[in-house]
Design a protein around this ligand. Structure first.
Ligand SMILES: Cc1cc2nc3c(=O)[nH]c(=O)nc-3n(C[C@H](O)[C@H](O)[C@H](O)COP(=O)(O)OP(=O)(O)OC[C@H]3O[C@@H](n4cnc5c(N)ncnc54)[C@H](O)[C@@H]3O)c2cc1C
Length: 600
């Protein structure tokens, strides 16, 4: 059905649309679909990548990372060398094509803690709180509860009030489970993270079983393209693919309030440049890594950055591309039970692919299930002392030494530290995913993906080349704040303790990474700097904050100084949340759609 919405460039440039949405990823597809619910408005969606509709390798479940570095589906971004991480450049995968990152993500679908969502409102954004988040998250979700007997046996406990039942994104518990997740949860409980329904309550020091965005009827990925499917054959929504937008175009005259007025966008298709025209608004949803670049090429940003790429400044907004927060993970693994490792054997892979395509069964139904979150003080014997030292250091640093608005963000992070709220996450993954020691043939593993959810380092993403199609410079400043590194080191030690804690210890034969040769703090630091990777949740590059506090958009998601240009994607999240980010992006885009429609 969604294929009916595809339009040719020649048709699109002949018309004038009410709304142009830039980027057909997670947020963009929600916004375009919701706006076109009103048959009296016209919407054009421009996506840089291909349509990729009905692409088996995207919709098949259990294919974690399969499309990494595949230019048909993924951008292949790299950070600049990281000064505080041995000058390593980190791989930042992002989805390309309709569905964006929701088409390649690892489809864990969980809520952030309520306090993290309320923090967004506290930073100066009325209406962006847990209550509204939950309303819009429910609107996006179609949850299928587990069978009652199975739920009891496998502890698939949940709060029905936290799930929607008739939204476009299907969610469920992973259709196939590893068999060790109860043991994982018990071991986490023995280390101070007791079982809970989910991550939303209290200080977040807990463990739970995560749901995923998979359709339990088809056992396929459920992702943003479901929204387009809902749009069906609407005549007022046009989708043009393979057309990267290079800049927003503005009218010569300003609005009555003195703001610049967007009139459309410039985009490239088959190496030719075109213009698409908008009557009402332009909405940027190109993701946290690309939206700041489009703003900069449109003349919106820090004049110094713009001048270097040969762009005439229109709006002085130095916060574009700043406040980049990018949490890094660490990996480690034991052996046994249901995992995806056997598919590295050609014969098993063939058999499993057949099983999946014919009966929608087999190992590809596995997903991440057991999750634990905790504060540093809860996870490490040295955590309280390290936390106190960080609190003292931040309090002793004059607020003027940070960029505007960071002091307010740090205050909320300090509140989390002083109440011992969870900021670290350990997720069990049923496959070998770590470096440098390779897996042994014929064995099974699980990896503990360890995540720092509230990093203190702040980075930047800026255009540096005059070519708008060249990637910008991604610089997360990993480990610039030493506390981030200390957290990662303590996470490695915690993961080691977890593996030695009953009942999990009973099923583990040995640790492969970091491996026995990595023991002292210095050795762990070296391993972390060399072998950590990005969890792909970068946010904040066009933060929703007051303008004098580092804001790029206001609480109506409008770019400051503009009359009708908004940003709706993960760029606007001003302070990172303690969870993977897709659930948040769907809720954000649902709320944004109602704002744009004037419903709220
Ligand atoms: C590998 C990976 C694993 C992840 N795992 C999870 C997980 O398990 N659970 C979870 O909750 N979250 C996960 N995430 C994060 C989550 O998927 C993202 O945060 C979310 O999808 C981001 O949505 P977005 O709309 O901001 O950006 P995207 O979905 O990335 O959309 C941006 C879109 O804009 C397009 N675009 C870019 N530039 C232009 C341009 N110039 N012109 C036109 N179009 C353009 C892109 O091609 C893309 O389609 C993962 C992400 C990745 C990459």
């Amino acid at each position: 059905m969604a294929a009916n919405l595809l339009t040719s460039v020649q048709d699109a440039v002949k018309r004038e649309y009410d709304y142009i949405v830039v980027g057909g990823g997670t947020a963009g597809l929600v916004v375009a679909t919701r706006l076109s619910e009103d048959p009296s408005v016209s919407v054009l969606l421009l996506e840089a990548g291909r349509a990729n509709l009905n692409e088996d390798s995207l919709t098949m479940s259990g294919t974690f990372g399969k499309n990494f570095f595949n230019p048909d589906f993924e951008w292949g971004f790299m950070t600049v060398p990281q000064k505080h991480s041995n000058d390593n450049a980190f791989y930042w995968p992002r989805g390309k094509g309709l569905g964006g990152s929701s088409s390649i993500n690892f489809y864990v679908f969980t809520h952030p803690p309520a306090s993290d969502i309320d923090a967004i409102e506290k930073l100066g954004n009325p209406g962006w709180n847990w209550e509204t988040y939950l309303r819009y998250s429910r609107k996006s979700e179609r949850f299928t509860p587990p069978d009652a007997k199975e739920a009891e046996a496998e502890r698939l406990h949940y709060d029905p009030a936290h799930h929607g039942t008739d939204g476009p994104i299907s969610t469920c518990y992973p259709p196939l489970r590893t068999g060790w997740d109860n043991l994982y949860q018990d071991a986490l409980g023995n280390l101070g993270l007791p079982p809970a329904n989910d991550s939303t309550q209290g200080d977040g020091n807990a463990s739970w079983m995560a749901t995923c965005s998979v359709n339990p009827k088809t056992n396929r990925r459920s992702y943003a393209v479901e929204y387009l499917e809902q749009a069906g054959t609407r005549k007022n929504l046009h989708v043009v693919v393979s057309s990267p937008v290079t800049r927003v175009l503005f009218k010569d005259e300003k609005s009555a309030t003195g703001d610049v007025v967007a009139s459309g966008v410039e985009f490239v298709h088959d190496e030719k440049t075109y213009t698409a025209r908008a009557k009402k608004e332009v909405i940027l949803s190109a993701g946290a890594l690309k939206t700041p670049q489009i703003l900069e090429f449109s003349g919106v940003g820090n004049p110094e950055v713009l001048t270097k790429i040969g762009v005439q400044p229109k709006i002085n907004l130095p916060s574009v591309g700043e406040n980049t927060t990018a949490p890094p993970p660490e990996l480690k693994e034991p052996e046994k039970y249901n995992t995806l490792d056997p598919i590295t054997d050609e014969a098993v892979l063939k058999e499993q692919l057949q099983l999946y395509s014919k009966e929608h069964k087999g190992l590809f139904l596995l997903s991440m299930l057991g999750v634990g979150t905790g504060s540093l003080a809860r996870l490490s014997p040295d955590g309280a002392a390290l936390t106190a030292a960080q609190e003292a250091r931040i309090r002793a640093t004059p607020a003027e030494s940070w960029r505007p608005g960071v002091a307010e963000q740090y205050q909320l992070q300090l509140d989390k530290l002083s109440t011992n709220a969870a900021s670290l996450e350990v997720v069990s993954m049923p496959v070998y995913l770590s470096r440098p020691n390779p897996p042994a043939p014929g064995k099974k593993y699980f990896t503990t993906v360890s995540v720092l959810n509230h990093p203190w380092s702040r980075g930047t993403i800026h255009a540096t080349s005059p070519d708008p199609l060249a990637p910008p410079a991604f610089d997360p400043h990993y480990f610039e704040d030493e506390f981030d590194l200390q957290n990662m080191v303590e996470l490695v030690k915690f993961t080691r303790r977890l593996a030695k804690t009953s009942p999990l210890s009973e099923i583990i034969s040995r640790e492969h990474n970091p491996g026995p040769e990595v023991q002292t703090d210095e050795e762990i630091v070296a391993w972390v700097k060399q072998f950590t990777g990005s969890i792909a949740h970068t946010s904040g590059t066009c933060s929703m904050l007051p303008r004098n506090k580092g804001g790029v958009v206001d609480p109506r998601l409008k770019v400051y100084g503009t009359h009708n240009l908004r940003v709706v994607d993960l760029s606007v999240l001003p302070l990172h949340i303690g969870a993977p980010t897709q659930t948040y992006v769907y809720a954000l885009a649902e709320q944004a759609s109602e704002i744009i429609k004037g419903v709220i």
